[in-house]
Design a protein around this ligand. Structure first.
Ligand code: GLA
Ligand code: GLA
Length: 727
C-alpha cells in the first residue's frame, strides 16, 4: 500500500482572496477523511483510530466541532489537554486537521446563565437546549462568548503543525436560520435601515399602502411573526435575505479573528447545498471563505443521483469553478430521514466520486467512528459499529486507494459546459411565498427536473448562481426565474443579442427585486425578450393536466398553464396545447433574435415553457431546444442516460469522469486516454488497469477502445485537453 499524501493547502502570496480570485488556496492532493469526535471515546480507542485512519488512507479530519462544553466546562475554566493530545496524536500519524472553532453548540452553563441567547420561533416559542445549535445568530451575548472561544482556539492551535484549515462553526443555519426574537427584530431593523435608509423607501418597497401597514417609526417594524393572515410578502422576502446575511456576518466575525491571529491558515465553513435547504444564500457567502466546503446527503427517491450531481455541480458554481471540499457525506445510512436506507454495493464510492467529478478535491464523511450513544448512533461512519471487519470498512479502504490513484486530478477545475442552468436564491425564496396563484410550485424541483433532462440526454450542463457571467454559454436555462430586476433583464437580453439561447419557464420575470409585479402583462420583465404576452395565469388543480404536442410527442403539463399570446413576428410555436382551457394556444415558444449583419451577425433565441412537464416530459422539450442551438452530447448514443459525464481540466489534461448510474455493467465504446480509475474492455476480456506507473498499465491505459463500467462504477480517463470553443 502506498502511503497517503498528507493534505496541505498551498498558500499563495497575498492577503485573503475569495475563491476564484488569483491568490486563492489550491490543494496539493485529493484529501480523504471525516469529522472526528475523539471526545466521545476513551483514550485507548484513539490509538486504534489513528491506526485504522492510516489503513484507510485518511489524510485530514475535522476536529472539535461539538466540543465547546468539553473545552470550556465552565465560564472561567478551560480544558485543552485532551485536544492537545488529539492534535499531537494525529500529527504523529501524518494526519492533518481542519480544526473547528467549536462554536456550533453552546454549553449548558451558557444557556442557563443567558437564556436570552436561545432562538424563538415565529410563534414565540423558545428553542431550548438539549439538541444543538440553540443560539440566535444576532445575539450579542452569544457572539461575545463564541468569539472569545474562537480567539482562544486560534491562539492555542495557530502554530500547531497538524493544522491545515479552520472550520467555522458547523452547518451555519441548519437549525437556527430563522429566529424571530427581539434580538432578531433589532438586527432586522438595522439591516433594513442599511438597505432603505428612509422609512419612506421601506414603505414603498414593502407596498405598505396595502392593508393599512404603513410604518411611521422604525420601532414598529418586526420580523414576520405569526400573524392573522398572510404577512407582507416583501417583509417575508427581506426577512429571508436578512436571516441569510445575519449568519453570513456571524461567519465573517469568526473569520476576522482567525485571519488576524493566523493569517496563513485558510478559513472555511461547511455549506449545505442539498435538497430543500434554502435559508442560506451560499452564492453570496462564498466570498467570505478561502475555499468552499459542502455537506451532502443522498435523498432517496427516483432522482437521488440526479440531485447529488446537481448539488455537487452547483457547489462548483458557487465556488466559481475552483476546487472545493466535500466536508461531509455518509458512507451508508443517515439517521434523520423517516426511513434510513443503507447504501447498496458500489454506492459508497460512486457517490463520493460524483462529487470529485464536479470539482471536489476532498472526500470527507460524517463521521469517522459511528457513535455508540446520542441521536446519531444509527448514522453510518467510516468505522461502523461492526468494527473494521466489515464490508463498509473494506469499501472505505478501497476508496482511499482509488483517491490516491486520482491524485493527478487534484487542483483541476470543472471544465465549462456549453449549457448552464441558472439558480437564483431570490427566485427560490419569492416564488414559493404564500398567497400565490398556486402553492404547488417548487423552485428547486423545477431546476432539478431540467437537470435530469440534461442527464437523460447525456449533455453536460453547469449549474450556476444567477450572478455568474453567462457569456461563455451557448444555452442558458433559467427555470422559474421569478425575480427579475432590470439589471438581470438587461444581462439576459445582452446574452441573447450576443447569440445565446435562453430558455425560461412559467412564473418567470413576474416581479422585481421588491416583489412588485412588472405591469403590462406577463412574463413581465422578460415579455419583450420572449415576444409573448400573458394576461392571466391558469394554474391547474391537483389531478388536472393539459396535453401539449411537441415534436410529434404528446406531453402532459401539470401545476401551471397560461393563455400565451404570441406578439412578436419572430416567435415560433414549438408546442401547442391540445386539451384543456388553453387548447389551440401556444405552450412552448421560441423567439429568434438576430443582431448585426454580415460577418458580425448573431442569431440567438429566447424560449418559453408555460407549463410544468416534469423530469421525463422535459426530455423531448430540451432535446428540441438543444438541437436547434447545436449543442450535442459528448457521449456515445448507446450510453446516454445510463452514464453521466463530468469533465475537469487543468488546461493540459482533461479528466473525464464516467459515472454508471445503473446497477448493471455498462460498456462505453471509444474512450481514448489514460485510465486513472476503472477498467478497459479488451479483446481478450476485461482486466483492471493499474496506474502506478507499470508499463503494462500505462500501455493499456493509453490505448483507445471501450471502457467497462462496473455496476454503479466510475471510470476516470485522462486525455489531452480540448479547448472550449468561444461562441
Ligand atoms: C450534518 C452535521 C453533522 C451530522 C450530520 C448527520 O451534516 O453537520 O454534525 O449531524 O449532519 O447527517
Ligand atoms: C439537516 C442537515 C443534515 C442533518 C439533519 C439533522 O437536514 O442538512 O445534514 O444534519 O439536518 O437533523
Amino acid at each position: 500500500m502506498s502511503s497517503p499524501t498528507p493534505f496541505r493547502w498551498l498558500r499563495r502570496p497575498g492577503p485573503h482572496t475569495p475563491p476564484g480570485e488569483p491568490g486563492a488556496y489550491t490543494p496539493s492532493g485529493l484529501s480523504y477523511g471525516a469529522d472526528y469526535n475523539p471526545d466521545q471515546w476513551p483514550r485507548e480507542v484513539w490509538d486504534e483510530d489513528v491506526r485504522l485512519m492510516r489503513e484507510a488512507g485518511v489524510t485530514v479530519v475535522s476536529l472539535a466541532i461539538f466540543s465547546w462544553a468539553r473545552i470550556q466546562p465552565t465560564e472561567d475554566t478551560w480544558d485543552f489537554a485532551w485536544l492537545d493530545d488529539a492534535m499531537d496524536l494525529l500529527h504523529a500519524h501524518g494526519i492533518t486537521v481542519d480544526l473547528a472553532t467549536a462554536t456550533a453548540s453552546p454549553p449548558p452553563w451558557l444557556t442557563t446563565k443567558h437564556p436570552e441567547v436561545l432562538p424563538q420561533t415565529r410563534t414565540g416559542e423558545t428553542l431550548w437546549p438539549g439538541a444543538r445549535q440553540q443560539w440566535r445568530p444576532t445575539s450579542p451575548v452569544f457572539r461575545e462568548h463564541a468569539l472569545r472561544l474562537v480567539e482562544r482556539m486560534a491562539e492555542r492551535y495557530g502554530d500547531h503543525p497538524a493544522l491545515v484549515a479552520w472550520h467555522v462553526s458547523n452547518e451555519l443555519g441548519c437549525h437556527n436560520v430563522y429566529d424571530f426574537s427581539d434580538d432578531a427584530a433589532a438586527a432586522f431593523r438595522a439591516w433594513l435601515r442599511d438597505r432603505y435608509t428612509t422609512l419612506d423607501a421601506l414603505n414603498a418597497a414593502w407596498g405598505t399602502a396595502f392593508w393599512s401597514q404603513r410604518y411611521s417609526a422604525w420601532e414598529q417594524v418586526l420580523p414576520p411573526r405569526l400573524a392573522a393572515s398572510h404577512p407582507n410578502p416583501t417583509q417575508q422576502l427581506d426577512f429571508k435575505r436578512f436571516s441569510s446575511d445575519a449568519l453570513r456576518q456571524y461567519l465573517r466575525a469568526e473569520a476576522e479573528i482567525l485571519r488576524r491571529v493566523t493569517p496563513d491558515v485558510p478559513v472555511t465553513t461547511n455549506f449545505m447545498v442539498m435538497g430543500e435547504t434554502k435559508g442560506m444564500d451560499y452564492a453570496a457567502w462564498a466570498d467570505e471563505l478561502d475555499f468552499v466546503s459542502n455537506d451532502h446527503y443522498v435523498l432517496p427517491g427516483p432522482q437521488a443521483l440526479d440531485e447529488l450531481s446537481f448539488s455537487a455541480n452547483l457547489t462548483g458554481g458557487i465556488a466559481r469553478h475552483r476546487p472545493w471540499f466535500l466536508m461531509e457525506h455518509s458512507t451508508s445510512a443517515v439517521n434523520w430521514q423517516p426511513v434510513n436506507v443503507a447504501k447498496k454495493p458500489g454506492e459508497l464510492a460512486r457517490d463520493s466520486l460524483t462529487h470529485v467529478a464536479h470539482g471536489a478535491d476532498a472526500v470527507c464523511y460524517f463521521q469517522w467512528r459511528q457513535s455508540a450513544a446520542g441521536a446519531e448512533k444509527y448514522h453510518s461512519g467510516m468505522v461502523p459499529h461492526a468494527g473494521e471487519r466489515s464490508r463498509l470498512f473494506r469499501d472505505v479502504v478501497a476508496l482511499g486507494a482509488t483517491l490516491r490513484d486520482l491524485a493527478p486530478v487534484a487542483g483541476s477545475t470543472q471544465k465549462p459546459a456549453r449549457a448552464a442552468i441558472v439558480f437564483d436564491w431570490d427566485s427560490w425564496w419569492t416564488s414559493e411565498l404564500d398567497s400565490h396563484p398556486t402553492d404547488r410550485l417548487r423552485y428547486r424541483q423545477e431546476a432539478l427536473d431540467w437537470y435530469s433532462a440534461f442527464l437523460a440526454l447525456g449533455v453536460r450542463a453547469d449549474v450556476v448562481p444567477s450572478a455568474t457571467d453567462l457569456a461563455t454559454y451557448d444555452v442558458v436555462v433559467a427555470p422559474v426565474l421569478h425575480v427579475v430586476p432590470a439589471g438581470l433583464r438587461d444581462r439576459l437580453t445582452a446574452f441573447v443579442e450576443a447569440g445565446g439561447h435562453l430558455v425560461t419557464t412559467y412564473f418567470s420575470g413576474v416581479v422585481d427585486q421588491d416583489d412588485h409585479a412588472w405591469l403590462g402583462g406577463y412574463p413581465g420583465a422578460l415579455r419583450d425578450l420572449l415576444g409573448i404576452r400573458v394576461e392571466e395565469f391558469a394554474p391547474l388543480l391537483d389531478g388536472e393536466s393539459a396535453t401539449v404536442e411537441l415534436a410529434g410527442e404528446q406531453l402532459e403539463g401539470t401545476v401551471w398553464t397560461e393563455p400565451v399570446d404570441v406578439v412578436d413576428p419572430d416567435v415560433e410555436v414549438l408546442g401547442w396545447y391540445k386539451t384543456g382551457e388553453q387548447a389551440g394556444r401556444a405552450a412552448v415558444t421560441r423567439r429568434t433574435v438576430r443582431t448585426g449583419d454580415g460577418a458580425g451577425s448573431r442569431e440567438g433565441s429566447a424560449a418559453y415553457v408555460s407549463t410544468r412537464f416534469g423530469r421525463q416530459g422535459l426530455v423531448p422539450v430540451l432535446a428540441r431546444l438543444l438541437d436547434d442551438a447545436g449543442v450535442r452530447s459528448e457521449l456515445p448514443a448507446a450510453v446516454r442516460g445510463d452514464v453521466e459525464l463530468a469533465v475537469r481540466t487543468d488546461g493540459t489534461d482533461d479528466f473525464w469522469f464516467l459515472v454508471n448510474r445503473t446497477a448493471r455493467p455498462v460498456e462505453v465504446p471509444d474512450v481514448a486516454g489514460d485510465v486513472l480509475a476503472g477498467r478497459r474492455l479488451t479483446a481478450s476480456g476485461t482486466r483492471a488497469v493499474t496506474t502506478d506507473g507499470t508499463a503494462e498499465g500505462t500501455a493499456e491505459g493509453t490505448a483507445g477502445g471501450a471502457l467497462l463500467l462496473e455496476p454503479r462504477g466510475v471510470a476516470v480517463v485522462r486525455r489531452p485537453a480540448e479547448p472550449t470553443p468561444p461562441r
